[in-house]
Design a protein around this ligand. Structure first.
Ligand code: DGJ
Length: 548
């Protein structure tokens, strides 16, 4: 029996065993061939990730790079459970998936599917193919050993660069075939849609060089800019036979590289999507949006904010371009959210820092109608990419993130729906900005930070560290859903000339169960006289307002 048929026998045996166990009942219960595929839906300029036909919010967590191996999973699931995540981002390694040319090993993928189902979470798979952080380190050994099939780029000095050439036809063909095998397997093995989306490659592009300077690349660089790009960028007719330098001047090399990388990835994505059309995305190593500099001071060729239009034109099979945000200061962080939340792009934060300062940005992402948010390195394998080192990723490090998901988890569908319908606003505290104002038609909502729970609210000082976050959703003209941490939320009559003042008619605290609000108690007296004060307790309020 060869390796492949042995694997098939093992797979069938595994399925039979699964079918005979209690866990399988849940799996079968959830499985329905009639469920529509997960998809990105746009309506009235807003986006939703639709899962089982309704908006879904990914309360995500991405594992460390080398944690999606079966032997590591026992150190992954406890962290995911502690976090209350509903979606886990797991890499699929090309080197593992296609150990021999054309022979695909589905065993690890099947383990991920089975264990995700056991743990009642969805998956986002990350295809570590031709590119991983600008290099090609996940190419299978058989490709590494035939560099003529998968050549590296040449730098401006003619030397090889540790980044794959986007003009390598054989590597592209191999990547597209492997990605197609991956998507084809999901089509047959994942009727219940455990996998919601797939990331094609990882932070593609190149560090240290702006583009490929090989003779083949040079020839393309001196050739006319492709007509479809000129059209997409609304460039004038006179540019029809102009080359990259003539059309784009100082940006020519960077734009050329972005186009080249995106075209390669488009072909990989299109091949996989033709087999199984799940939402696909590409993640970006960012440039600082407030002080971008020029490449190669940042990774060149990936979907940085300045080349989103190029990527959209080059890679129509990619549903969205997603920022990996590792900037702990609020100004650049919020700017990135703004830049990737566009009429032609649904916002998804597939990676972000895991130190406590980042936890509040989950709310900022919601405020920009994100379909998901996912801190990086969320497992107990002992690795941490923060300067504080490995031992930090324990429960105490995860706690600020767990708080968010504990609060939102029970009402995640409700929040996704309200956001898709444009009824939700959410904010986070910024250093030196202790007061925020939100407009909801006849009501103005003030969110203040650093006040005690008792006493008037003038001149809020801000929290010692900017940890505050709040969300407010309008359920009816005078009805609101309010939640948050480390803040005070209060309502005011927007029309100050009316002489009217706000009255709390009823403030109910409750919990969500099966998507329904369950009454716990009424807040009144000290709990409402000074506004609605949120501490570290996950509390959800439904507020009815009147005036006097
Ligand atoms: C961004 C990459 O996309 C991740 O895979 C990982 O390498 C982090 N950087 C750093 O830990």
């Amino acid at each position: 029996m060869n390796n492949c048929s042995l694997r098939n026998v093992l797979r069938i045996a595994f399925c039979l065993v699964t079918l005979m166990t209690g866990g399988a009942a849940r799996v079968l219960h959830a499985q329905s061939k009639d469920q529509p595929l997960p998809k990105i839906v746009q309506k009235d300029g807003r986006y939703g990730l639709f899962v089982e036909g309704a908006p879904y919010l990914m309360l995500g967590a991405q594992v460390n790079n080398s944690s999606a191996w079966p032997a590591m999973l026992p150190k992954v699931w406890p962290a995911i459970e502690y976090l209350h995540a509903n979606t886990v981002e797991m890499p699929v390694y090309w080197e593992q998936f296609e150990p021999e040319k054309g022979q695909f090993d589905y065993t690890v993928l099947d383990t991920l599917l089975a264990q995700a189902r056991e743990h009642h979470v969805h998956l986002v798979l990350l295809w570590f193919g031709t590119w991983k952080n600008g290099s090609s380190h996940y190419m299978p050994l058989w490709l590494k050993r035939t560099p003529e099939l998968a050549p590296r780029m040449r730098g401006a000095n003619g030397r090889a660069v540790d980044s794959p050439s986007p003009y390598a036809a054989a590597a592209l063909k191999a990547d597209a075939a492997a990605f197609t095998a991956l998507m084809g397997h999901l089509k047959t093995a994942d009727g219940q849609h455990t996998v919601l989306m797939v990331q094609v490659e990882n932070e593609p592009g190149t560090w240290g060089n702006v583009r490929d300077y090989s003779p083949a690349a040079q020839k393309l660089f001196e050739a006319p800019v492709p007509a479809e790009l000129l059209t997409a960028l609304h460039k004038q007719a006179g540019t029809a036979s102009a080359n990259w330098q003539q059309v784009f001047g100082d940006d020519a090399e960077e734009f050329f590289h972005a186009w080249s990388v995106a075209r390669y990835i488009e072909q990989v994505a299109a091949a996989g999507k033709a087999v199984y059309p799940l939402p696909l995305y590409v993640n970006a190593a960012l440039r600082n949006p407030l002080n971008p500099g020029r490449p190669p001071s940042y990774e060149s060729g990936g979907p940085t904010d300045n080349v989103i239009a190029i990527w959209k034109a080059a890679a129509p099979s990619i549903d969205l371009l997603a920022p990996d945000i590792y900037m702990s200061e609020s100004a650049p962080y919020l700017k990135v959210l703004e830049l990737y939340h566009r009429p032609d792009n649904a916002l998804f934060v597939p990676e972000t820092g895991n130190s406590p300062a980042y936890s509040r940005y989950f709310f900022a992402a919601l405020g920009h109608q994100a379909i998901g948010f996912s801190p990086f390195g969320m497992d107990y394998t002992g690795y941490s990419n923060t300067p504080l080192g490995a031992t930090r990723i324990a429960e105490e490090g995860l706690e600020p993130f767990a708080l968010n998901y504990k609060l939102i988890g029970p009402m995640d569908r409700e929040i996704a729906r309200l956001n898709f319908e444009g009824k939700l606003q959410a904010v986070v505290e910024e250093k030196g900005k202790p007061l925020e104002s939100l407009e909801f038609g006849p009501w103005k909502v003030l969110v203040s930070y650093g006040l005690g729970q008792f006493g008037p609210g003038e001149n809020p000082p801000g929290n010692p560290e900017p940890t505050g976050r709040a969300l407010v959703a309008q359920l009816g003209v005078d009805e609101f859903l309010v939640a948050g941490f480390f803040c005070r939320v209060d309502f005011h009559v927007a029309d100050t000339a009316s002489g009217k003042q706000r009255q709390f008619l009823r403030v109910e605290e409750g919990t969500y169960e099966d998507g329904k609000f369950k009454f716990v108690r009424i807040w009144n007296g000290d709990q409402t006289d000074w506004g609605l004060n949120f501490t570290s307790a996950p509390q959800v309020l439904r507020v009815s307002l009147g005036t006097y």
